[in-house]
Write a protein that binds this ligand. Structure first.
Ligand code: NAI
Length: 630
């Protein structure tokens, strides 16, 4: 005979987020001068009852006496409860509908308000085990049916016993009275439910602890809304990543752990073992050794621009998608560059420093407007292009040089060579990326080519400009003013001393790598990278991934999504489709994208398939990972 399992699910703080009698008190006591005190007393009595500090029957009696409620209050309460259904319960309404014959809702509360809440979930009133109120003729609550087993101590135990269930019994709840059903031998297993409240005295006694209903269904291999519960996915965020990222992950149901600093290799190796999503900034090195220990890792978010600190090849080989924030601080860098250009042309910083010392230097000599000056941008990428547009608004003539053929925006003109740009520009600003070959892109040789009196800026990477040559060019008057935000060697923390040959030079603005450091940029990065990671986990979208083939997927609908990630070798798509055809699986949509290293095949299929299909897909030679989403 097939093994039958019955599910006994607690109502207050489990099926709904609140304790219903506490809520009833808030409703029935409106206008009562002692309302706050009575509501708080009722909440205390509820808690003491749930934690087993006072017998249940005592707790119920005390609370009903304090309530002073009537039928109208119950109607108001039902509305409130309907809006307070626990999110993971609400999400999995289909489960209740399919398993209503084997599901009971249990409560030391009252069926008058429970039945209307659970009926839409397909649960019949005969499956609601709860007390009943007694009323006077006017509809005022006068007490409750004392014959009902649930009004007595260990009422839940007695109620389950009276059902005489033949099969396995599993209880899910947040309180000690739920645990007692198992303790007294009337259930086989008790799961503590902690989505709404975590009672440590209950958790320690439980056979299992689930942080939401998704996790419960997952552990029981039951049909559910989330293929893999988010509550089992740990997100580790290092290096003080913006709070908005933490909130976004938590709101989506992930478990989030934060560490304010970066971690060294050995600490990270340990910390990463059970992590599904890792967030880092520029100071955390994600080496092969660390990644080899990352058994559950699906994705890495670089909450910064660069990804040099990450071993991308190993990430690809292990099927770990990496995302960064290539544009989030572009505007901040552009604004600083523009401000610097104006300040340098007006020698404003030196004049300010002098004025602080009491020196009044009101001279126009060597000071200029930026209007009509030729701005030469080296590296016409995200930052270079946006700077060009804003500089034009200030009346500058924009020229750029890029190794890639780039579309000129606005009236910007392309220079055929770096030499051409160097020779013609009044202001030169470097915005190339950090590839190795850009080391010492600007040296003595390039400074020699520049116009005498040029304004020079580097807000890209420190190693791109030879700063000894820059210092020399300033001293020799080739460069009339410079702004440098990035240095070949930068202090690792705010406590380390900064030393540079540029210190003390005239009309030289030095800033501590703050080009992208604004609150807006941090907010943008936090939201942008988190959004990419959540999209990837939830539906497989890889838009703007650094190492995965990028693909924007449509929402999934009712189908299941099979995500097959493999080494990019010929014939893999055919192998996948042969297996699907052999099992007569109805394919609703299919997407394929590859890059040099990886092939990414997404197949949306009808829900009717067996586990053997997944096994066969996993066994295709070259498979890195198979994920199933629904
Ligand atoms: P991007 O990648 O969008 O643009 C770089 C451009 O430089 C590309 O168009 C590329 O083709 C071009 N390029 C590369 N090597 C070149 C060369 N040798 N000669 C001419 N063109 C070359 O990068 P994005 O976002 O515009 O950033 C630019 C730089 O700014 C990067 O080095 C980045 O690390 C740095 N940055 C600095 C910040 C700060 O706080 N100071 C903040 C953000 C970015």
């Amino acid at each position: 005979m097939k093994h039958t399992v019955f599910y006994i699910i607690d109502f207050d703080s489990t099926f709904v987020t609140v304790e219903a009698l506490d809520e009833l008190a808030k409703i029935s006591l409106v206008g009562n001068p002692k309302q706050d005190k009575i509501v708080s007393d009722i909440a205390t009595i509820t808690r003491e009852g749930m934690e087993g500090k006072i017998p249940f029957a005592v707790s119920l009696k005390k609370r009903v006496r304090l309530l002073g409620a009537n039928k109208q209050h119950i109607a108001t309460l039902s509305k409130k409860l309907a809006a307070s259904i626990t999110p993971s319960v609400q999400r999995n309404k289909d489960f209740f509908k399919s398993f209503s014959e084997r599901t009971y809702i249990i409560s030391g509360g009252f069926s008058e308000y429970i039945v209307p809440i659970v009926s839409p979930f397909g649960i019949h009133k005969s499956h609601v085990l709860a007390n009943r109120f007694l009323y006077d003729k006017k509809g005022n609550i006068t007490g409750y049916d004392r014959k009902n087993p649930l009004s007595k101590n260990e009422g839940k135990v007695r109620a389950v016993e009276s059902l005489g269930l033949k099969g396995e019994v599993i209880v899910l709840g947040d309180g000690i009275t739920d645990y007692q059903i198992k303790e007294r031998g009337k259930a086989d297993t008790f799961f503590a439910f902690t989505e709404n409240v975590r009672r440590s005295g209950v958790v320690v006694k439980a056979d299992g602890v689930v942080s939401d209903f998704d996790e419960f269904l997952y552990l029981q291999h039951l049909p559910r809304k989330q293929s893999y519960p988010k509550s089992r996915m740990k997100v580790l965020l290092l290096e003080k990543i913006d709070q908005r990222a933490v909130d976004k992950f938590q709101n989506d149901g992930f478990v989030v752990e934060t560490v304010s600093s970066s971690l060294d290799e050995s600490a990270l190796k340990k910390a990463i073992a059970d992590v599904s999503v890792l967030g880092i900034r520029s100071k955390t090195e994600l080496s092969k050794l660390v990644l080899e220990n990352a058994k559950k890792l699906l994705a890495v978010g670089a909450y910064c621009i660069g990804t040099n600190q990450i071993d991308l090849q190993t990430c690809s080989e292990r099927g770990i998608a990496v995302f960064n924030a290539p544009y989030s601080n572009t505007r901040s860098v552009v604004e600083l560059a523009l401000g610097n250009i104006i300040m340098l042309y007006r020698k404003a910083v030196d004049k300010s420093v002098n004025l602080h010392k009491g020196i009044w230097d009101k001279s126009a000599s060597g000071c200029f407007e930026v209007r009509g000056k030729k701005l030469g941008i080296i590296g016409y990428g995200n930052i270079g292009t946006q700077l060009g547009i804003l500089a034009e608004d200030l009346g500058m003539d924009v020229y750029f040089y890029d190794i890639v053929d780039k579309l000129a925006l606005g009236n910007a003109k392309r220079c055929a060579s770096l030499g051409e740009l160097l020779q013609m520009s009044d202001v030169i600003t470097v915005h190339v990326d950090g590839r190795k070959s850009n080391k010492n892109l600007i040296t003595k040789y390039e400074f020699e080519k520049m116009k005498k009196g040029v304004i020079f800026l580097n807000l890209s990477r420190g190693f791109i400009v030879d700063i000894i040559a820059l210092a020399d060019a300033v001293k020799r008057g080739i460069v009339a003013g410079c702004a440098v935000d990035v240095f070949p060697e930068e202090p690792k923390s705010n406590t380390e001393l900064f030393v540079s040959v540029l210190q003390g030079l005239p009309n030289t603005i030095l800033t501590p790598h703050i080009g992208g450091s604004t609150e807006e940029a941090q907010k943008n990065i936090g939201e942008f990278v988190t959004g990419k990671l959540v999209d990837f986990i939830n539906n497989g979208t890889t838009t703007l991934s650094v190492n995965f083939p990028t693909i924007q997927l449509p929402p999934q609908g009712k189908s299941h999504r099979l995500i097959h990630l493999h080494k990019n070798t010929p014939g893999l798509l055919a192998s996948i489709n042969t297996i699907l055809a052999k099992h007569m699986i109805n394919v609703e949509a299919q997407f394929l994208k590859t890059n040099d290293a990886i092939g990414y095949v997404i197949t949306d299929v009808n829900r009717d398939y067996g586990q053997d299909v997944l096994e066969e897909l996993r066994n295709i030679k070259g498979t890195i990972r198979l994920r199933v989403l629904y």
